[in-house]
Design a protein around this ligand. Sequence first.
Ligand SMILES: [Zn+2]
Length: 489
Amino acid sequence: MNKIKLILCFIFISLSTFLLPVHAADDIKLYFDDSLIKTDVSPIIINDRTMVPVRSIFEKMNAEVTWINSKKQVIIKSLSKRIVLNVDKTRAYVDDKAIELDTAPVIVNDRTLIPVRFVSENLGYDVEWNNKERAVHINSPYKEPEELVIKRINATKSSRNSKVTIFIDNIEKPSISYASNPQRFIADFENTVISGGDSKKTLNSDDITEVRYAEHDDYSRVVIESPADAEYTVSYSSNSMTIIVECEHSEDDTHDDKPESDNKDKDDNDTSSSDAEDEPETDPDVIVKVDRPLVVIDAGHGGWDSGAVGYDDDGEVVVRECDANLAIALRVQHYLVKNNVDVIMTRQTNKALGTTEMEDLLSRCKIANDADATLFVSIHNNSFTEPTATGTEILYADTDSKINYGVTSKTMAQNIITPLVKATGLQNRGLHDSPKMVVLGRTEMPSVLIECAFVSNPSDREILTDDSEIDDMGYAIAEGIIKTINQLP
Ligand SMILES: [Zn+2]
């Protein structure tokens, strides 16, 4: 054999070893979680490895696929993994660790085909080859269904009806049944636990005699017991289920509704009454409030609204109120969460909650009211033209809607100011009844606004720019909030 023949022979062998293991292109099926995936280029098998077009499948796994043409490189990125493959090269990388593949990615009809098992398994999916079907099955990893938690159950009554609201994040509709003698509405929530465990409350309402709830093996049951003629209307939001319970009240039923004239005497300059048109006909009484209190922490100002600004003698900005408020608020959140208190923050970054001051303030109230929070704490800092003004004061409001919570805003203010001035050593400037402040007047639950210190005072500013002082303030405020929570009925 001469040299040329040898080379030709070698080329032929190389080609055939490459070509022979490639199976007929159109007979391999690809399934993702049992649904057939249609691909513009059919999967092929090379060296016993099934090769699939990259975009057809991995984007279904919430992985992002990037093709870098200059390097003939595919990058597949999921939340936890970064996989790099190179066309015609067996070296691949998983999170920068080199791995040798037995089959290199190839380009067929302008599509890059990559080894399906290697990538799928690295993304946490199971891969099965079914030889009879000639099909690749990719399956999502089995996940224990996440347990849902009933966080709170509230019952309220008005002159017309009573209402039970069950709060569950990502609620799934329960199975509902009815029973008689005594009449009962029964909701079974699958795979759900009740924060705080089983309990029952006897209610002083015409429509509901008792609300009880209990955890069972794989569901939780809420039972509403009513007089025999009760009717139930159910509605849902994303995080709650509401059952309106209505009995036929006798015609001559007299309610002690307040006469119109008695309905608040706010003056026209009162910002808190500027859009009071959506007041309910009658204020519902909270007759039972079950379990986990929810605290809304509001870091005042933010975004376009920096709040008060503290300058040094050279006119340089030392502290902006919006930043100090947020820094303290985040420490309060930290200590509350550590103590198993549910917290919602109105903001956690430097942003405004509206394009006007009023819109911004009302958004903060809406967050608390929509969440049906138990307590609202707004964190601010003060400023005055005289730099000598110093110390801490707390504004509070005990408007009508707040009365039924069993603890007053003023009590909360007192609970907070005592440890707070002790922590900072700042002067206690006292508590001030301020129902006209929007965030106090318009939130339905007990609420306070803390003016922690003065950004206009040099020594107050030192506290506001010291991380450990900020931490102490957060701790003290959380302490006052937890004391208040412990005083709830
Ligand atoms: Zn402020």
